[in-house]
Design a protein around this ligand. Structure first.
Ligand SMILES: Cc1cc2nc3c(=O)[nH]c(=O)nc-3n(C[C@H](O)[C@H](O)[C@H](O)COP(=O)(O)OP(=O)(O)OC[C@H]3O[C@@H](n4cnc5c(N)ncnc54)[C@H](O)[C@@H]3O)c2cc1C
Length: 352
């Protein structure tokens, strides 16, 4: 729903890490093509595309006051938060049209549901990638107690998300060979970074440097995952979290919003030191639902996928979801992964 595209620096960092074709100058034209922005087309915005985007035009007074307090704190007021990378404040851009939330399925899939070469199955669970020799040839699917194998003519594309994609890879024998053998799975591709390098936001949001991880605990696809996000374990993340928290607290100390607040209820004025703030973020915050990096792309033989999102060590297997992002994007991930999927479609056509 919140439509934040990430900054130029986030995408240019992907290129600097050895992933050509993912820089801001590659991604901005995709955003502009896919967008149908209520504010109209502009150098940084698209109109007429498949994805409806709007901003609230009837903000409650308290929101307006908060924006004004942000301006008093030195932020630039903007009607389109995706228009620049400056320190800015304004109403959120949202994938909402005529009061209804739009999804990627509604925007991109529904218009093509009638195509004869498209079959959509919902409620089915993929439990394994089928491999013959060094090639992925399909997937095993369970649906209401029935198991079927689906063969792929050209390639298999996994888009299960940052937790389920590494699970399926590991269940299929693609992962850290020692770990897989330890739980009774034949290792087909020794790729120790599968499920590693996870980054996630905490609700005082920041980027985490320490690596979290996602590991299967058994060969049973329904067994719980072992997820270790390593939230706020590095000194740098703890300091940044405290600094950001203080900045937000300071903003609410400015007019016109300050005089409308009687007292801070959560975490409360007793929370002052860096440690107290970080403890509050850990106790009272929650994950940002923005996990990335568990099948990260990069140029090194150890990176799970290459910059064309192809899984190393097997032919015919690609990943298109947030797990391929080696670093975190500033903001939310729905917009970036839609643009990345758009580009991935081009890569698939080029490689076919
Ligand atoms: C509550 C919540 C609110 C959010 N709000 C926002 C927001 O406002 N703005 C924003 O930008 N982002 C938001 N996000 C984050 C955003 O939804 C995700 O970052 C984004 O959807 C990730 O895209 P993805 O393609 O990597 O994976 P997903 O969108 O998670 O897609 C993975 C799909 O694979 C399916 N799947 C998984 N395993 C299997 C399997 N074994 N077999 C078959 N199918 C499978 C899942 O059911 C799912 O449909 C929110 C997330 C949550 C949880």
């Amino acid at each position: 729903m919140i439509y934040n595209r990430g900054n130029r620096a986030d995408f240019d960092a992907l290129v600097a890490l050895g992933n050509p074709g993912w820089g801001w100058d590659d991604v901005l034209p995709i955003y502009r093509q896919m967008e149908n922005h209520a504010l109209g087309a502009g150098p940084t915005r698209g109109a007429g595309g498949l994805l409806d985007i709007s901003t609230a035009t009837d903000l409650p007074q308290l929101c307006d006051d908060t924006i004004e307090a942000g301006v008093a704190a030195g932020l630039k007021r903007t009607d389109d938060v995706n228009d620049s990378d400056e320190e800015r404040i304004g109403p959120a851009a949202r994938t909402i049209t005529r009061g209804t939330r739009v999804s990627s399925a509604r925007s991109f899939l529904r218009p093509v549901l009638g195509r004869p070469n498209l079959t959509v199955r919902t409620g089915a669970t993929v439990t394994q990638v089928l491999v013959e020799g060094d090639r992925a040839v399909g997937v095993r699917v369970t649906d209401g107690g029935t198991m079927t194998d689906q063969r792929a003519a050209l390639e298999v594309v996994l888009s299960l998300g940052s937790l389920a994609t590494p699970r399926l890879l590991q269940l299929s024998g693609i992962g850290d060979a020692a770990h897989l053998r330890g739980i009774g799975i034949d290792a087909r591709v020794d790729s120790p970074d599968v499920g590693q390098r996870m980054r996630e936001h905490r609700t005082v949001t920041l980027q985490y440097r320490l690596r979290g991880s996602v590991q299967i605990t058994s060969a049973d696809p329904t067994a719980p995952l072992d997820i270790d996000p390593q939230f706020l374990t590095s000194a740098s993340d703890r300091q940044r979290t405290a600094a950001l928290f203080r900045r937000i607290r300071d903003l609410f100390g400015l007019e016109p919003v300050a005089s409308k607040i009687r007292r801070e209820t959560v975490p409360g004025p007793g929370v002052q030191s860096d440690d107290e703030i970080v403890d509050a973020a850990l106790d009272l915050g929650y994950c940002g639902y923005h996990a990335v990096g568990t099948a990260a792309m990069g140029p090194d033989p150890g990176d799970v996928v290459d910059s064309r999102l192809r899984v190393r060590g097997l032919r015919g297997l690609r990943i298109v979801d947030c797990s391929v992002l080696p670093t975190m994007v500033a903001g939310n991930l729905n917009a970036p992964i839609m643009a990345m999927a758009w580009r991935a479609a081009d890569l698939m056509r080029e490689d076919a």
